[in-house]
Design a protein around this ligand. Structure first.
Ligand code: ADP
Ligand code: MG
Length: 684
């Protein structure tokens, strides 16, 4: 029996390991099974080179629990270790690695998040004692046992062991009894070891016999040794990719596309990435990309490795070159990792381009699902924008798809305004904005459908990138002003008095709509256009949209929606309202307006008089007079408004015109709507 101290200076590193890594104790199993797999693979390699001439025999790794003794054992038939090797690889290297690790992170418990290559010593996170029983493959080797109770002291002695390979026996400590539960271990093996290249045996297959499940004598292998990503793309059919996807994410919809990654230089990386069908209620946390290192599961938080915009993809990435035993912040600044992100971006865009080129129809069919990835990518990654601009699609309200170039060609002739700006018209809701879309299409314009979650941002991006182009929502102005074709505009022939009158008449009939402001405006739009159109200012609407998703813009969010109620002064019905109002209210209005005229003249005179004087030079009487006059004017205007409102109230035509405009904007609701219907019936 040999006794010694492990080559570390820290008195007792194990309490520290346990304390630091409390949340991720479970990874010890991944580490020990990986070591067993490594040892197995090493022997296979030696054998294939003729450096090991013996029988390989069964080469599986097995995990077993002995509840009575309180042990968990991981056994392999790999290379095994001699006493010298234990001294070197366990006593010296493994533990000095542990010390170095703790030295580095002792002040930064947060940096330790459980994804480190902790190696053999992670077994002490859950054990009060660890035993190694091992027989090297080398000819004439002596089997040895090593044991350590978590202090730097260890014991080593020769033992009898018939089979080549290593048993690691963990005496599970009291706080970690869960690792003696079969269900727990099985879950962990499925999580970390599911795709390991060597059979991992855990218990026996069961069969249904005499009314219960009983063990057969067949070993239960928990892993798939040849997962799809490790195979050659040419050997795989669509079904294989779909099957693998279903295996990874049981119960999920079929993926849209997949990309088989395979690179040797400048780093090794394989994997399969899937474009999922994104549903609104998708739980992204459940369906994340999984990162593997030589088929060992490492993590499914791939931030920093996979470009942000591809975080919505799913599947598997496997690379032995991603440094795992370092902290996250280091990972993100690692040059290799950056290259990997760049490479994945490139691959994804190449694949999309390929599908676009070879099967445009399929690409269009899947576009609605695909769009969010591509827009997100273009928004967040300059390089991806460059590549994707060739295949990104715009969809119009007739469900036709165009590339950016195709669309430009389509609208260039008809949708260029007088300043040479190309105007992209868009709608966000085909139903609600129907009348505006129709007004535009009947003018020969094309209207895009931009109803995606990212479209407001995407529009902003395209406006930056496309030269002399701007996006305008179809309902943001009257049709002639959406795309101004010539300097001279049709003139509105109303005078100021008439404008005031019409403003009051129409405004008095607007129902109160919460958080909405209306501005009455006048346009000469021609006899055939609608009599009244409601539009919403593009700028204000965009600001409010942004405020909804961006804090710090709450100011805009709190503003009411501002609408323009545009009166088409050339329409026979609005002309009729004007003439009728003038005629009906003339008598009643005349004295009010006369008086108002006098008062206003008075006000101008008084204002003129005090214009060049300082405040204290103005006589008190004059100040008083101005104040009184202003009050009088206000009173008279209120009187005027009352008269006009009274007129409008008893003129169903006015209310009807307002309601029709609201209706075509989807803004007529509740009581106002039912009144409208009643009134319509009465008119009929
Ligand atoms: P790493 O696996 O990164 O080398 P570990 O701490 O996990 O670090 O293991 C240290 C060393 O111990 C291994 O490199 C290997 O030489 C040896 N070792 C561990 N487990 C086994 C095993 N089951 N069979 C043979 N050698 C092993
Ligand atoms: Mg290891």
């Amino acid at each position: 029996m040999q006794k010694g101290t492990i080559g570390v200076t820290t008195d007792n590193i194990f309490p520290v390991i346990k304390k630091f890594l409390y949340s991720d104790h479970e990874i010890f199993l991944r580490e020990l099974v990986s070591n067993a797999v490594d040892a197995t693979q090493k022997l296979k390699t030696l054998s294939s080179f003729g450096d090991f001439k013996g029988e390989l025999g069964a080469m599986n790794v097995s995990v077993s629990i002995d509840k009575k003794v309180g042990t968990l054992t991981i056994s392999d038939h790999g290379v095994g270790m001699t006493a010298e090797e234990i001294e070197k690889y366990i006593n010296q290297i493994a533990f000095s690695g542990a010390e170095e690790f703790l030295e580095k992170y002792k002040n930064d418990a947060n940096a330790i998040i459980g994804h480190f290559g902790l190696g053999f010593y992670s077994s002490f996170m859950v054990s009060k004692k660890v035993e190694i029983r091992t027989l090297s493959y080398k000819e004439g080797a002596q089997a040895v046992m090593w044991s350590c109770d978590g202090s730097p002291a260890y014991e080593m002695s020769d033992i009898e062991k018939a089979e080549r390979g290593t048993d690691i026996i963990l005496y599970i400590d009291d706080e970690n009894k869960e690792f003696l539960e079969e269900a727990r271990i099985e879950t962990l093996l499925k999580k970390y070891c599911r795709f390991l290249p060597v059979p991992i045996v855990f218990g026996k297959e069961q069969e249904w016999k005499d009314g219960k499940y009983v063990d057969t004598d067949k070993d239960k292998v928990i892993n798939d040794m040849e997962p799809a990503w490790t195979r050659k793309p040419t050997d795989l059919k669509d079904e294989d990719y779909k099957k693998f996807y279903e295996d990874l994410y049981p119960g999920i919809d079929e993926p849209l596309f997949w990309i088989h990654l395979n690179i040797d230089y400048p780093f090794k990386l394989t994997g399969i990435l899937y474009f999922p069908k994104i549903k609104n209620n998708i739980d992204i946390n459940r369906y994340k990309i999984q990162l593997y290192c030589n088929q060992v599961f490492v993590t499914d938080s791939v931030e920093g490795i996979v470009p942000d915009f591809l975080m919505l993809l799913q599947g598997v990435i496997d690379s032995p070159d991603i440094p795992l035993n370092v902290s996250r912040s280091y990972l993100q600044s690692d040059a290799n990792v950056k290259k990997i992100a760049g490479y994945i971006t490139k691959k994804v865009s190449e694949r999309l381009q390929e599908i676009f080129n070879s099967d445009r129809k399929q690409f269009e069919e899947k576009w609605d699902d695909l769009k969010i990835f591509i827009e997100y990518g273009m928004l967040s990654d300059e390089k991806f924008y460059e590549r994707a601009q060739k295949f990104v699609l715009l969809k119009d309200t007739e469900d036709k798809y165009y590339t950016l170039d195709e669309y430009k060609t389509l609208i260039e002739a008809n949708q260029t305004d007088k300043d040479g700006q190309l105007v992209y018209l868009y709608a966000t809701d085909k139903e609600a904005q129907y009348s505006y879309i129709e007004a535009a299409t009947s003018k020969g314009y094309d209207v895009l459908l931009m109803n995606g979650q990212l479209d407001p941002h995407f529009i902003g991006l395209l406006e930056q990138k496309l030269e002399k182009s701007r996006f305008v929502r179809v309902d943001s102005d009257v049709i002639d002003k959406l795309i101004k074709k010539s300097e001279k505009e049709a003139q509105v022939t109303l005078d100021e008095q008439q404008r005031d009158m019409m403003t009051t008449v129409f405004k008095s009939q607007l129902p109160v709509i919460e958080k909405s402001d209306f501005l009455v405006m006048f346009e000469a739009m021609g006899e055939t256009a609608q009599p009244i159109v409601i539009t919403q200012n593009e700028f204000m609407r965009r600001m409010k949209d942004m405020a909804a998703v961006q804090s710090g813009m709450a100011f805009y969010g709190d503003l009411p929606d501002s609408y323009n109620l545009i009166v088409n002064t050339e329409h026979p019905l609005t002309k009729r309202v004007l003439a009728d109002a003038e005629a009906s209210c003339k008598e009643e209005l005349a004295p009010v307006l006369d008086e108002l005229k006098t008062v206003n003249e008075n006000i101008s005179r008084l204002q003129e008089a005090k214009k060049d004087k300082k405040d204290d030079e103005v006589p008190l009487t004059e100040k008083e007079a101005l104040k009184n006059a202003e009050e009088k004017a206000k009173e008279l205007r209120a009187k005027e408004a009352d008269i006009l409102k009274l007129y409008a109230d008893k003129t169903p035509l006015v209310r009807q015109l307002v309601d029709l405009a609201l209706l075509s904007n989807n803004m007529l609701k509740g009581e106002a709507l039912s009144k409208f219907i009643k009134r319509s019936v009465e008119i009929l």
